[in-house]
Write a protein that binds this ligand. Structure first.
Ligand code: CP3
Length: 352
């Protein structure tokens, strides 16, 4: 009997990223490997955060933990958006939030960032290879980076204000200088993502967590334009996701210009309105409020069902939270969330 070429496994997550019609809703959640998981806390008791990120066996173990416990449809590499900044010479500690030992205050400080290429992050290939081995083809692996604007916020504000006032002031004071900073960060991020893809990640996500502090015009000119430059450099065969904590229609409108297959939605926006703004060719990911997962079980089910109903069975949809999971989330509620999305998937299958 002749056999056709072997088909790549039809991962629901990758099919959703490509807007292919599927009768199921893939689910994974931001920060799915982390402190809400007892098995993560057990590893963390013995090892530092950065050691886990850089040691192949530890990184692979922690990356796979949420897959093994809950059966999510995608894994995300255990790492942090700030790791490339450490390779650029910025002193950073995690406690558990990042503490930066130096700041960029203006154009003259940009030269202090020393990006010496992906070779300055020698752990990247080994940790990705180890994570892939551990996952053994069960689910695709998502790589990621911080978007240039959000990285700039960490460098300029370094946690000084909640609404990145110092970064917005730098942009207002010296737009060309700020563009130079974004340029340096975009160049490094492009190489960092290419390195992850060469090592075998199946999709990449760009986190622009701080971009939502910008008004729509600045969002378009600074955050979206620099994210777009990064995402355009990713090979077409690798699906891309752009996530910003962005809650205004003006910001969503600016995202239309970003070259990303999938837009990750903030928990504060209406999924159906966001879809109307972004257009039907664009896939979306989101957007359950992470706070819903610390509520009673009935609320987990009803709020997850509301998100599924709002999507209305359209393809190009990946279930996720609208921001990272909270460390005090009961694991039973995460299991219940996955079960709820799966039940919906089976119901959809019966209709198809
Ligand atoms: O999603 C995943 O499971 C993959 C791992 C991941 C981490 N950070 C692990 C982490 C990812 C994708 C990130 C991205 C990240 N890091 C973002 C963008 C997304 C977002 O959540 O807004 C940002 C802004 C950071 C910067 C950062 N790193 C913060 C604000 C913190 C403290 C957060 C906290 O939970 O207290 C970190 C540390 C960090 N990154 C931890 C983890 C699991 C906690 C470290 C520990 O275990 O002590």
């Amino acid at each position: 009997m002749t056999q056709g070429p072997s088909l790549a496994p039809a991962y629901s997550f990758l099919r959703a990223c490509r807007n292919e019609p599927i009768g199921e809703t893939p689910i994974w959640i931001m920060r799915q490997a982390g402190r809400y998981l007892p098995e993560y806390r057990a590893v963390r008791e013995k090892h530092g955060f950065l050691d886990i990120c850089r040691t192949p066996e530890l990184c692979a173990e922690v990356t796979a933990q949420p897959i093994e416990r809950f059966g999510f449809d995608a894994a995300i590499l255990f790492s942090d958006i700030l790791i490339p900044l450490i390779a650029m010479g910025v002193p950073i500690e995690f406690d558990p939030g990042p503490k930066l030992g130096s700041r960029i205050t203006g154009r003259r400080d940009i030269a202090s960032l020393e990006w010496r290429g992906a070779a300055s992050l020698p752990h990247v290939r080994p940790v990705i290879r180890a994570a892939r081995e551990r996952l053994a083809g069960r689910v695709p692996l998502i790589g990621f980076a911080g978007a240039p604007f959000t990285l700039a916020c960490y460098l300029v504000d370094a946690g000084a204000s909640k609404d990145v006032a110092l970064t917005r002031s730098f942009l207002a004071r010296d737009e060309a200088g700020f563009a130079e900073l974004l340029d340096v960060l975009a160049g490094a991020t492009i190489e960092y993502l290419k390195e992850q893809i060469a090592a075998g990640v199946d999709a990449v996500m760009l986190f622009d967590t701080q971009a939502g502090w910008l008004p729509p015009g600045d969002f378009a000119r600074a955050a979206a334009a620099s994210a777009d430059r990064v995402l355009r450099s990713v090979p077409k065969s690798t699906p891309t996701i752009y996530f910003a904590l962005a809650s205004s229609n003006g910001q969503l409108d600016a995202m239309r210009a970003i070259h990303a297959d999938v837009i990750g939605l903030d928990y504060r926006v209406s999924l159906s309105q966001a879809r109307a703004i972004l257009g039907s060719a664009r896939c979306v990911q989101g957007n359950l409020d992470p706070a819903a997962l610390v509520g009673p079980p009935e609320q987990v089910v009803s709020r997850a069902e509301a998100v599924l109903r709002e999507n209305g069975g359209r393809p190009g949809f990946i279930f996720n939270l609208g921001h990272g999971i909270y460390p005090d989330t009961p694991v039973e509620n995460v299991a219940l969330l996955v079960e709820t999305v799966r039940r919906h998937r089976n119901a959809a299958r019966r209709i198809v």
